[in-house]
Design a binder for this molecule. Structure first.
Ligand code: FDA
Length: 381
């Protein structure tokens, strides 16, 4: 370790961005390790062996950002396709477009509405609680969009996501439920959107391809920690509670079980993401990966689908979404204090800061950390 100026734990977007910046703009020698056998963190993708279809191993990753700085930064490593994300939801054998928009409302209530009529309808249905303060997620959702739309599109999906009846979930989980009173059914409204032309992993290959960067895979930080000199600057993007041996308690996460299947049909569902909002269907959604890349030549007699099942994460599961209850917030604050005392370690990324970050947010956070925290320290050495 002594030959490196910087050791980075985790080769996801946060770690890779810092590695690239330190090597390229400061000419520093960087070691980046990951306990997995691949780079890319959760954005990693691979081509399915049987079909050649690019599959995102840790769930669908759609790139979108309002941030020109991040978009321009990534242009150093990839171009983007013109993919625009759209999501549909299956409910009682009908298919609706999501998020709830005027098209969804017209179809669901079985007639044409003007935007103002639809607004008035939803507003009147949202009056059901008569101004009573919502006690739980169900009441909160009804106060936002009314019971009929809630029952059809939110209730079952939320119950499956949380393995908990929405009447037993805190109202604070949702602050708003987007309803669009026009026919715009694009999922994202950011200025920049697309999928990397050569896939996600190719971005990381390019970012880390530098003579000053050494990548070591299959290495767990905790197995090598004692061999790292105490004064070495370390960027840690693993779970912050694990770093401190859970001494302030465990942070809670939800995870997803992915059930992948290759089917002998050219097209299974006609779109990339189909949500299943009814509770009777055990999975939350089905991804069909070929639809992310309609510009590619894929086999016309085979397709790859992945069913997603959501549940609470145990210590050995992949942590995906922070649950962030008020107890979790307190626990994280305790770790943040401990982290501040760890002068040669910088905690970052979604696991290191216990925050859900989209890819563009992880990259933006890494650029900022690099500029404000890492550059001044490495420039001294
Ligand atoms: P990331 O988790 O990618 O990397 C951390 C790395 O640290 C991992 O590779 C891990 O193995 C490694 N590590 C941890 N502990 C270690 C140890 N002890 N020793 C060595 N290595 C260790 N975003 C978006 O913009 N659009 C989208 O559509 C989606 N979709 C999506 C779906 C799902 C299911 C999830 C969970 C997340 C998304 N995201 C997303 C978010 C996206 O995955 C996220 O922004 C990035 O992964 C963040 O990058 P990080 O580098 O912070 O973490």
């Amino acid at each position: 370790f002594s030959q490196f100026d910087l050791v980075i734990v985790g080769a996801g977007f946060f770690g890779a961005t810092i590695a690239e910046r330190a090597a390229k703009t400061l000419g520093k020698k960087v070691l980046i390790i990951d306990r997995r056998d691949h780079i890319g963190g959760n954005a990693y993708s691979e081509n399915d062996k049987e079909t050649g279809i690019e599959v995102h191993r840790y769930g669908a990753h759609l790139f979108h950002t309002p941030n020109k700085l991040v978009w321009d930064y990534l242009a150093n490593f990839t171009t983007f396709t013109s993919y625009q994300h759209r999501v549909f939801a299956s409910h009682r054998n009908s298919v609706y477009s999501m998020p709830i928009n005027l098209g969804t409302i017209c179809q669901f209530f079985g007639r044409q509405f003007t935007p103002d009529e639809a607004r008035a309808l939803v507003a009147s249905q949202a009056q059901e609680l008569g101004g009573k303060e919502p006690d739980n997620l169900e009441e909160k959702a009804i106060s936002l969009i009314g019971r009929p739309l809630y029952d059809a599109f939110i209730r079952g999906y939320t119950a499956k996501q949380w393995q908990t009846d929405p009447t037993a979930l805190p109202a604070s989980i949702i602050t708003r439920l987007p309803v669009r009173y026009n026919f715009n059914n694009r999922y994202f409204s950011d200025a920049y959107e697309g999928l990397p032309t050569d896939g996600y992993t190719a971005i990381f290959d390019k970012m880390l391809e530098h003579r000053n960067i050494e990548v070591s895979l299959g290495i767990d930080y905790f197995a090598v920690k004692n061999a790292i000199p105490a004064d070495k600057l370390v960027v840690f993007t693993g779970p912050i509670d694990r770093y401190f041996d859970y001494r302030a308690g465990e942070l809670n996460w939800r995870t997803i079980d992915f059930e992948k299947e290759v089917l002998p049909v050219g097209d299974f569902q006609g779109t990339a993401v189909m949500n299943y909002s009814d509770e009777a269907v055990p999975y939350t959604r089905i991804l069909e990966f070929r639809h992310f890349n309609p510009e590619r030549q894929y086999p016309d007699d085979k397709t790859v689908i992945v069913r997603e099942y959501s549940r609470f994460a145990g210590r050995d599961d992949e942590p995906y979404y922070p649950i962030d209850t008020s107890d979790d917030k307190k626990t994280y604050q305790a770790y943040k204090k401990l982290a501040e005392a760890e002068t040669n370690v910088i905690f970052g990324g979604r696991l290191g800061t216990y925050r859900y970050l989209d890819m563009h947010q992880a990259i933006a956070a890494a650029i900022k950390t690099f500029e404000t925290d890492i550059t001044p320290r490495l420039s001294q050495s």
